[in-house]
Design a binder for this molecule. Structure first.
Ligand SMILES: Nc1ncnc2c1ncn2[C@@H]1O[C@H](COP(=O)(O)OP(=O)(O)OP(=O)(O)O)[C@@H](O)[C@H]1O
Ligand SMILES: [Mg+2]
Length: 310
């Protein structure tokens, strides 16, 4: 099931500063599954926050549409299905962790007994039960983010929007927040994660989308984005045996220490390579697709985009 759908979503801000306005989203079509952790990536000004605001029903679209559980984002029923942890949030200083969850529950018109059960469960989920009676001002950045996650989860949303949830959090805190995100996903919910920390997105997300200048330029699983298309590393006992690759199959990128890296014209051509190695009695030790980090993939994707524009 798709909890969030956008179809040809376009948002143009008219501020009078630029003739024709600023196109923040340009024909974006995505579908978020349930459950999944979906990473939303893009350089500054790519349109990530605008997409969040559209899905939260606080910004009107120029054209196209978006739905949350089949309803428009500004529909009161769909709003109840959404939890949100904004970037750089500040909770009222006088509140305790427990107090914040109670206030949130009352804002969602939850009953007293629902507020009690749910806040207890969530404090436990985010590992904050011990500090529930301490004031938020005393919390570390990591604890503030964890209590922020708990308040975003108070209405039992089906989809959670997290804007830079680990910004300013130390490595231990980051790991804890990552574990909470995975627990939430394992309970059947979806998360849209907006983060500039690509290594973190790589370790937690199921799928990723890359936005640039308001356009969706890549979407796929983390596995797909971190595998170089049709590139393989073959470990075999080449010794001083000659091994040539015809142009229609691909080209050698490097061959050193019995490790051959090839760029194939097509994924299936790996079979040709294996057959040839066998024919030449070159013993194969391993054949692996070339892996790259999400950060490399992101930089290469944006680089290709720029090259394509010239
Ligand atoms: N309220 C607004 N009025 C006019 N232009 C806006 C408004 N909000 C955003 N923009 C413009 O829309 C484009 C997309 O901005 P947005 O804030 O969505 O990007 P972002 O991907 O969230 O960037 P960042 O990584 O810096 O947070 C930018 O060119 C920005 O200047
Ligand atoms: Mg932003």
């Amino acid at each position: 099931m798709n909890i969030v759908v956008t179809e040809d979503l376009t948002k143009i801000y008219h501020t009078g500063m630029k003739k024709g306005g600023v196109t923040a989203l340009d024909g974006v079509s995505i579908a978020i599954e349930q459950p999944e952790i979906f990473g939303l990536l893009g350089p500054n000004g790519a349109g990530k926050t605008t997409l969040f605001k559209t899905l939260l029903g606080v910004t009107q679209v120029t054209s196209g549409y978006a739905t949350i559980a089949g309803l428009p984002p500004d529909n009161p029923v769909s709003r109840k299905r959404v939890g949100y942890l904004p970037e750089n949030h500040r909770f009222p200083n006088h509140l305790t962790g427990q107090g914040l969850l109670e206030l949130t529950g009352r804002m969602y018109s939850m009953s007293r007994s629902d507020i009690n059960t749910r806040s207890k469960m969530l404090l436990n989920l985010v590992g904050m039960s011990r500090w529930s009676d301490a004031r938020i001002t005393k919390y570390s950045k990591g604890m503030q983010q964890r209590i922020g996650l708990a308040q975003a989860l108070m209405p039992d949303p089906e989809i959670l929007f997290l804007d830079e949830p680990t910004d300013g959090v130390d490595p231990v805190g980051k790991t804890e927040i990552r574990q909470v995100m995975m627990k939430i996903r394992d309970e059947g919910k979806s998360i849209i994660l907006n983060s500039h920390l690509l290594s973190e997105v790589e370790s937690v997300a199921d799928r990723v989308a890359i936005l640039s200048h308001g356009k969706l330029i890549k979407i796929g699983s983390v596995e797909e984005l971190t595998t170089r298309e049709s590139q393989y590393e073959i470990e075999a006992e080449f010794g001083n045996k000659l091994f040539d690759i015809p142009e229609e199959v691909g080209k050698k990128i490097s061959l050193a220490m019995d490790r051959l890296v090839v760029q194939l014209t097509d994924e299936k051509k790996i079979n040709w390579i294996i057959d040839q190695l066998r024919l030449k009695k070159i013993e194969i030790r391993s054949v692996k697709p070339i892996k790259i980090t999400l950060e490399q993939s992101f930089i290469e994707t944006l680089g290709d985009k720029k090259a394509g524009q010239i």
